[in-house]
Ligand binder design. Sequence first.
Ligand SMILES: [Zn+2]
Length: 195
Amino acid sequence: MQAIIWFLFMIFYLKKTVSYFGSEYTPLNLPQMIIEKNTVVGVHYELNVDGQKLDASGEQPLTYIHGHGMMIPGFEKQLAGLKTGDSYDFTVSAAEGYGEFNENAIAELDKQIFLVDGVISTEVFEGAQLQLTNQEGQPMVGVVQSIGDDKVTMDFNHQLAGKTLHFTGSIASLRAATEEEISHGHVHGPGGHQH
Ligand SMILES: [Zn+2]
């Protein structure tokens, strides 16, 4: 009889211990992962500039490794410390976005370079986005501002230079980046490189 009581007591005690551990050590009570250097972030976002929607993640969130300059500085700065499920709404100044507008990035180019068989290329018109190569052989993307008699004015500023960027969205997933991802400088797996 006494043995049974002991046994029941043991079960009760064990159950209590288990439930104690159960309530105390569920993942919910563990400190949640936050966005910091080397976190692979899955993020839903929408970008609005001057009240217009310019860009947004699709069904799948955008993924990137935090703290490696993959995103504009202001975006990474604002996301730091957030957890999975958090939503956000912030603006990023031009200085921490795509840079201030630079007058020196507007260039007057000889119309000659745009001529094909003596006539201006059909690809060159006001508002056209063209890729040119500079003296160092680097590609530069610019927008045609105006076409004069012998000059073509082009703006080589980033199209979002000087703009305040308004981001809204939420954090879809977080995990630690692997050594390999950090050395490759990109995310592997879903939303990243498949190799
Ligand atoms: Zn890789």
